[in-house]
Write a protein that binds this ligand. Structure first.
Ligand SMILES: [Zn+2]
Length: 585
């Protein structure tokens, strides 16, 4: 008899794989089920297609984590792109292959690296050249959190993948097979339709990591999973999954052939009835779909006036022109510094301590607005100013947090959009405030970028985006993350209208912010900024057990690795943006 793997609940005599039995599992149990090692993987699913042949093969590290094949379904040409999260779905074979350290290294725990996404982008381009429907199979615990992947630009490679899917002129389908977690998965779900296996999960952060943020311990992962609503079924209810593919009674890993047949039926029907190769129709349908993604609410105008006002976070010097030195300032010899600092010197270094590199302030959205557009030229859009965050999950403490943050920042949400003028030229500007829940990317941000982009197109003016934030907002679960491709589609609409897009990347720009709007347009990097990339320094150090190198994820480090060409001091922003938008249009 075959050696099989059993999750703890599978050993329970009362558990019988019926629909009811699975429904009764804890949210964490459902999570575990979604990546049961014997669930079919991409290389199992390709057997449902005809004339399958591998393409874009490479020996590069990571290329096997996203594989690509030409194929046909009912005679229609297909490009298959699949995340293959491990060597096999046969448990005996899996155990055997994992005895070899080189195989373990090759499969990298199912976490794609920049080369994996480069392969995906090439396949998307090839599909357009060869007029193939793109079908993507998604299964990953997340993208690779290492310094090496950051040095190879993982944030921008994931951004390129979402960008390519937003622009490609062939129909695109994604299918979540097992576990689709974090930016590593969202890279591949910015498609025209997202399908999911009945027992798969679609989530922004692992329940363990969510638990450690929420409760300061990894042991309350089930509560974190329940609060985040991580199953694809819940994603379907929230409108981020279009179609659930039924699994046989007794799920995919015990009934592989029936599962594959179920997937084939759904895909065949979609490909035969809904695949249209007219580029204009494809893009119009795509825009229609993404327009509807996300949830938000409109705040009452009288409530808005009670807190809405510009806030600055820049230090104000004493009459002497000096500000208090930050606490715990030590030089490299371990000497502590106490003396006040001249504001002129601080402005010169863009508020970074010249002794130890500590950042004095993270400027507010209004500070960036004042740096970027001409004095008094900014007027907030009526179309976006009432859009407020919605607590769709009933996430613990979210509503209270929003209220408190609105009072503190004077903003309705993390983003403010408006019309402005740069040295006499009209622009639309979207500014983000790190003070608003860490600037985290959420559904309201996606919607604000969407509307601002439409305004830029209506007025035929450039779109300027200032990015800041530590990632996607956990309190909105996976829906926050699905707003990232929405922003990409919005930006593609602006570019398709022939209008310039300029993005300012500030401290910090990580995760969902980096792979979203920050990876688009002509990128400017704020002078002396740090914390720019995909995974944060702490996550990487925890995962690898090693300290990151000096200057890690600063603009100079990014430049050294070829990811930051234009590094701009705030005082020069207006002139530089003007020169970029003047040269076009
Ligand atoms: Zn210092």
């Amino acid at each position: 008899m075959d050696n099989t793997f059993q999750l703890s609940f599978e050993q329970d005599l009362n558990f019988n794989y019926s629909y009811q039995s699975i429904d009764n599992l804890s949210e964490y149990g459902k999570y575990e089920l979604s990546f049961h090692p014997e669930r079919p993987k991409y290389l199992d699913y390709i057997s449902i297609f005809d004339v399958v042949e591998p393409c874009l093969e490479s020996d590069e590290f990571g290329a096997c984590l996203i594989q690509t094949h030409r194929a046909e379904l009912e005679g229609i040409p297909i490009m298959l792109i699949g995340q293959q999260s491990g060597p096999s779905s046969n448990y005996t074979d899996l155990l055997e292959s994992l005895k070899d350290p080189e195989t373990v290294r090759t499969w990298n725990h199912g976490m794609p690296v920049p080369a994996s996404y480069e392969r995906a982008v090439k396949a998307i381009q090839l599909a357009e050249e060869e007029q193939r429907v793109i079908i993507i199979f998604v299964d990953t615990p997340g993208a690779d959190p290492t310094e090496q992947s950051e040095a190879n630009g993982i944030a921008w490679r994931i951004g390129d993948t979402i960008h390519a899917l937003a622009d490609v002129k062939v129909p695109t389908i994604s299918l979540i097979m097992n576990r689709a977690c974090s930016g590593g998965a969202i890279a591949l779900t910015g498609t025209d339709v997202t399908m999911a296996m009945e027992h798969s999960t679609y989530l922004v952060i692992t329940p363990e990591a969510c638990s450690s943020i929420l409760f300061h311990t990894r042991s309350r992962a089930n509560e974190a999973a329940e609060a985040s609503q991580i199953t694809s079924k819940e994603g379907y209810i929230h409108g981020i999954v279009d179609e659930l593919i039924p699994e046989p009674n007794g799920p995919a890993h015990r009934n592989k052939q029936q599962t594959l047949a179920s997937v084939k039926t759904v895909l065949r029907e979609y490909v035969m009835n809904d695949s249209d190769f007219d580029p204009k129709t494809i893009f119009e349908k795509r825009v229609d779909r993404w327009k509807k993604i996300g949830h938000w609410e409109e705040i009452d105008p009288s409530e808005l006036t009670s807190f809405h006002h510009p806030v600055t976070r820049l230090p104000v010097p004493e009459s002497s022109g000096y500000v208090k030195r930050h606490v715990k300032c030590y030089d490299t010899d371990g000497n502590r510094h106490y003396d006040p600092v001249s504001i002129k010197k601080l402005q010169k270094t863009n508020y970074v301590c010249g002794v130890c590199g500590h950042r004095y302030v993270r400027p507010s959205a209004w500070d960036y607005i004042n740096w970027i557009v001409d004095d008094d030229s900014f007027s907030e859009h009526d179309e976006t100013k009432l859009i407020a965050d919605k607590d769709i999950l009933g996430f613990p403490g979210y509503v209270e947090k929003l209220k408190e943050t609105r009072r503190k920042t004077g903003l309705v949400s993390a983003m403010i959009t408006g019309n402005g003028i740069i040295l006499g030229r009209d622009v639309v500007l979207c500014a983000t405030d790190f003070g608003f829940l860490g600037g985290s990317f959420c559904m309201s941000t996606g919607e604000k970028v969407w509307r601002a982009a439409q305004i830029a197109i209506d007025r035929m003016v450039p779109l300027i985006l200032q990015a800041a934030g530590g990632g996607a907002r956990m309190h909105e679960g996976c829906s926050s993350m699905v707003s990232i491709p929405k922003a990409h589609v919005a930006i593609s609409c602006v570019e398709n209208a022939g209008l310039p897009v300029v993005t300012l990347i500030t401290d910090p720009t990580l995760g969902g912010v980096a792979i979203g709007m920050a990876s688009r347009g002509k990128q400017l990097f704020e002078f002396n900024a740090g914390h720019i990339g995909f995974s944060g320094k702490r996550v990487i150090e925890q995962y690898t057990g090693k300290k990151t190198s000096k200057g890690f994820q600063t603009v100079d480090w990014l430049k050294k690795h070829g990811h930051a060409e234009r590094i701009i001091h705030p005082k020069d922003l207006r002139d530089v943006i003007y020169s970029l938008i003047k040269s076009e249009n």
